[in-house]
Design a protein around this ligand. Structure first.
Ligand code: 2HA
Ligand code: ZN
Length: 275
């Protein structure tokens, strides 16, 4: 079938547009990647060109050798994906070592995959292993309220997790393992990819200070829903802090423990410290 007719491609395009509509993708901000299932590769195989040149990824991801990914293009605008997906997106294949990629479809007017390809692929490699193959989506967005909080909260996983859990009862159920935080670093390279992927061993969300967020999920709904939930909670925290710097009442550590029991989630005690 045509690449654009495949359900995973339609889901990918919809998610790009949803992120644009949320205001998380100014200009060419943000990027998205999806690891194809074997049957999805079979569906579109005849529409792919396998004669493109191999290019270095910029890092090594042996755990993903031979895998296929749909990714946004470097410098491409999320706003345009729905209008011209073949110009904005590409489908790539990794070589047998997980060190090079080649473009099989898309970027029809030239270009290369997202500048954050090393972070995407290193996160995929960790998540594929940690989730026994279940996680397939890595999403990076410039979420306004989370970015604002990285100027006023200590850049610690314990603090971000606890403060955001307190802002909405659903949060500890949606991200029970918490949120990782990366100090400010130069984006686009291997170093920030290494730091982020270390955090992805433990978390499904990583905040990049003064930049944005990375989320991982099994499918588009889960990854988008996670980004949306964390960012909404950040918006509530920004509003609360803007009204007054302290709280009259909140959800307490014992409340979180009761919630965990009822909703059958494990909430690490390191987030339930006494303030
Ligand atoms: O411009 O978001 O981090 C794409 C990015 C780089
Ligand atoms: Zn970015």
């Amino acid at each position: 079938m045509k690449v654009l007719d495949a359900k995973f491609v339609q889901g990918f395009i919809r998610m790009c547009d949803d992120g644009w509509q949320q205001g998380w993708h100014e200009r060419n901000g943000g990027n998205l990647s999806y690891r194809l299932k074997e049957e999805e590769v079979r569906q579109v195989r005849t529409a792919l060109s396998f004669d493109g040149a191999w290019h270095p990824i910029g890092t090594s991801v042996p755990g993903l050798s031979g895998e296929f990914f749909m990714v946004t293009g470097s410098g491409k605008y999320f706003r345009n994906v729905i209008l011209d997906p073949e110009d904005s997106l590409c489908l790539i294949e990794l070589d047998g070592k997980g060190e090079n990629y080649r473009i099989l479809w898309g970027l029809c007017h030239g270009g290369r995959p997202t500048s954050e390809l090393p972070s995407h692929l290193m996160n995929h490699e960790v998540k594929k292993r940690a989730s026994k193959g279940a996680h397939r989506v890595i999403y990076h967005a410039h979420t306004t309220n989370i970015i604002a909080l990285t100027f006023v909260l200590p850049l610690k996983s314990e603090v971000f997790t606890r403060e955001l859990w307190e802002m909405a009862t659903e949060c500890p159920v949606v991200f029970p393992s918490g949120i990782g935080v990366v100090d400010w670093m130069v984006p686009g390279g291997r170093e920030i990819a290494v730091e982020t992927s270390k955090l992805m061993e433990e978390y499904d969300v990583a905040v990049w200070a003064h930049h944005g967020m990375f989320c991982s999920g099994e499918d588009f709904d889960q990854a988008f829903g996670l980004m949306h939930t964390v960012e909404k909670s950040a918006e509530i925290l920004v509003k609360m802090l803007s009204i007054r710097p302290d709280k009259l009442q909140t959800i307490l550590p014992e409340d979180f423990r009761n919630l965990a029991r009822e909703f059958k989630v494990t909430l690490p005690e390191k987030f339930l410290y006494e303030k």
